[in-house]
Each structure stands twice: as C-alpha cells, then as structure tokens.
Design a protein around this ligand. Structure first.
Ligand code: PRF
Ligand code: ZN
Length: 382
C-alpha cells in the first residue's frame, strides 16, 4: 500500500484544500481559510473598493457567499492601507465575517493603462481622481495587502493585454516570476494570509509552460491563472486554461482570474478550475440584463412590459421572490433600485450555478448537469 509521507514539524498553513469528488479534471472541494470554509468550485463576487456596486455585504451573506474579492490598488488609494491597518483590517472595516481575497493591483496596469507606467522596479499610476502618483512595487502591493489582511493575497504580476505578442509578453511573464520572489520576501503574515502566484504567458504555450514550472517550484498554497479573458479566441482561452490546470498541483486550489460568464465557468470548472471572479454579473445587471437558465434576459426590451413572471422561475433571490419582469422593466427607467435587484439576482444565479455544478460532481452526475445546462442556455425558452 502506498502511503503519503507525513512531514513532521510541517508549519501549519492558513489554508486546507480537501478534494471530495472528481469527474475527469473537475473537482468538488472544500477550501478552508482563516475565516471559514468555502465550497468549490466557487464564484467570488467583486467588491473592488471594499463595497459591492449596489449590493450590501449583508445581502451577500444572505446569499451564502463565503469569499469576496477586493482590490489593493483601489483600497491603497482610499481608504489607504494605513487606515485599514489601524482599524484591524478590511474584515473589520466593512463588517464582513467570511473570507476576503485581494487582487494585487497588477490588473490595473491594463485597465488603467493610459495612467500607468511599468519598469523592473514596479508600476507607477497617476490617479484618475486627483492626479496623485502611486508607486506600486511588489513590496508595496504585499505591504498593503498585509495591512488589508485578506485571507488570500495575490502576487503583483506584470500584466499586458492577452493579445500582446513578441518580446513584451515574454518580458512580462518572466518579470512576474522575478516579482514573485520579491513578493515572497516582503510577505510578513505567512501564518494567516495565503499568497497566490499568478501564472502568466498569454496564449503562448512555451511561455505558459515556463511560467508554470517557475511558479510551481515556489510551492505556494494555491495558484491563479492570469492574463486571460482579454479578447483572445475561445479555443486559445480553453487550451491555455487546460494547459495550466493539467500542470498545477492537484492538491491546491486553482483560481482563474476575471472569468465569470456562465458558460465559461461551467466549461472551466470541467477543466479543473476551482475559483472564479468577474465584475460581469453586476456590470451587466446595471445595464438591465439578467442571467437565466435560457441565457441573457434584456429587461429593458419593450415586450417585457407584458411578462408577469419572475426573471427565473424557482429562483429564491429577493428580486424573483417579490417582483415580476414587467415591474422590473418599469423600474429600470425610474429607480436605482432596479439595478440593485438585478445585481442580486445575477450574483445569486452564479452562486447557485456553482453549487449545483458542485453537487453534480459529488453525485457523479456532471455529464447530465452540463448537458442540461448547455441545452437550456443555447435554446430559447419554449
Ligand atoms: N492579473 C491580476 N488580476 C487579474 C488578471 C490578471 O492577469 C485578470 C485576467 N485578465 C483579471 N484580473 N492581478
Ligand atoms: Zn432571481
């Protein structure tokens, strides 16, 4: 009988990852973090600036959310790392008792590319609000993330557009590894904060392979797959995700950054991803679009005025339990609260989608689940 060697004197880790069931690459697991257990695969709602757009943290709690995302760049600007440290961290500041993950600020190099400049030392941002300058070196990002106190913190990566080719992509990918070593050296709270490295390399298999090798050597508690969902072809996207999940250690969580389109989270869960985040669900809600089993529902469309049913039959969210599509259609033009209700529905939809997918892995019914999901998603309700 093969037995796993137990290393004595192994330091306790602020993360335990237990795989309960698998189907090919897909896994149903429990991720135990300092602020409680998270069932994976999981979708993490994004509260960039320490607040959700249009949804309270209490409402996220009511939906069963156990892991939220926030962003270091925005929090460093306001309310600032120093203030958050003074109040005892972001959990206390926003009164959230479950887990938090902070992104490092790396992604803002792309999203705020007009206002940022990068070199080997780090990134410099000019604030879009008041033109102040912020230097974000790996050491600064980690220091601020230590002050914020999230359960999972992200390495500062050199992020370029996914469709970048040539030497700049290679430089970014290799620099991400060099920065990781500075992140690791700067990280002061290894006992209660997990630092996840981010695999880069665009859609170039060779660069990805190198990035994977380099990062896996550093033996982190979990890994993220970055640099995707940036306008590349779907086939390249899926192939790259598959390349990463095939190589990343089986006993550690894998987080695919910036992906939250329902079909993508289903496909990528099947490829072995455990964690997702994306602003898409709430952003699209603010434009009046709701997620349903039958695809997207544009509540602004005039014919919705005559639909006296909830967004989704059987959905247990606040919006669906109380209101018809017709009323929401009428509200959109008048009141902010419409966006609030649709956001709640979309977040609840993704949280439930992940829970159902997870249960199907546990029950050995993933194939049936995916068949049903795709059949409905690509078929108009009849
Ligand atoms: N790096 C970081 N955050 C991210 C990404 C990344 O590559 C993505 C993928 N486009 C989303 N968010 N640090
Ligand atoms: Zn609903």
């Amino acid at each position: 009988i093969k037995q796993k060697k137990i290393k004595l004197n192994e330091k306790p880790r602020p993360l335990e990852f237990t795989v309960l069931a698998t189907h090919n690459f897909a896994r149903a697991s429990i991720l135990k973090l300092p602020h409680g257990e998270v069932k994976t695969p999981v979708y993490m709602p994004v509260g960039t600036k320490g607040a959700m757009k249009g949804v309270t943290y209490q409402e996220m709690d009511d939906m069963g959310c156990k892991l939220l995302l926030a962003n270091t760049y925005h929090l460093a600007y306001k309310p600032s790392g120093d203030l958050l440290e003074k109040v005892g961290g972001l959990h206390k500041f926003v009164n959230w008792k479950h887990n938090i993950l902070t992104d490092s600020g790396g992604f803002q190099m792309v999203s705020l590319s007009q206002l940022s400049e990068v070199n080997e030392d780090g990134v410099t941002f000019e604030s879009p609000y008041d033109k102040t300058i912020m230097h974000l070196r790996p050491e600064d990002s980690i220091h601020t993330q230590n002050q914020i106190g999230a359960d999972i913190i992200m390495a500062l990566d050199d992020v370029v557009r996914t469709t970048t080719v040539g030497p700049r992509m290679q430089e970014a990918s290799e620099r991400t590894t060099r920065w990781l070593d500075r992140d690791i050296a700067a990280h002061k709270r290894k006992e209660d904060q997990n630092l996840f490295p981010i695999v880069q390399g665009g859609i170039d298999p060779k660069l990805r392979e190198q990035s994977l090798d380099d990062l896996i050597q550093r033996e982190a508690n979990g890994y993220a797959i970055g640099g995707l969902a940036g306008g590349e072809d779907k086939v390249d996207f899926w192939k790259t995700v598959a390349q990463c999940t095939a190589k990343l250690p089986n006993d550690k969580p894998r987080y695919l950054m910036g992906v939250g389109y329902p079909v993508d989270v289903v496909v990528c869960s099947c490829l072995g991803v455990d964690m997702f985040d994306c602003v898409f669900s709430t952003r699209t809600a603010r434009f009046g679009t709701a997620f349903t089993d039958y695809g997207f529902l544009k509540l602004k469309n005039s014919e919705i005025a005559n639909v006296f049913q909830p967004i989704q039959q059987g959905c247990q969210c606040q919006a669906c339990k109380s209101y018809t599509q017709s009323y929401l259609h009428y509200l959109i033009a008048k009141e902010q609260v419409a966006c609030h209700l649709i956001s709640i529905h979309n977040l609840n939809y993704l949280i439930q989608l992940m829970l159902n997918l997870r249960q199907s892995i546990i029950d050995g019914k993933l194939i049936e689940f995916v068949n049903q999901f795709l059949k409905k998603w690509y078929q108009k309700e009849g």
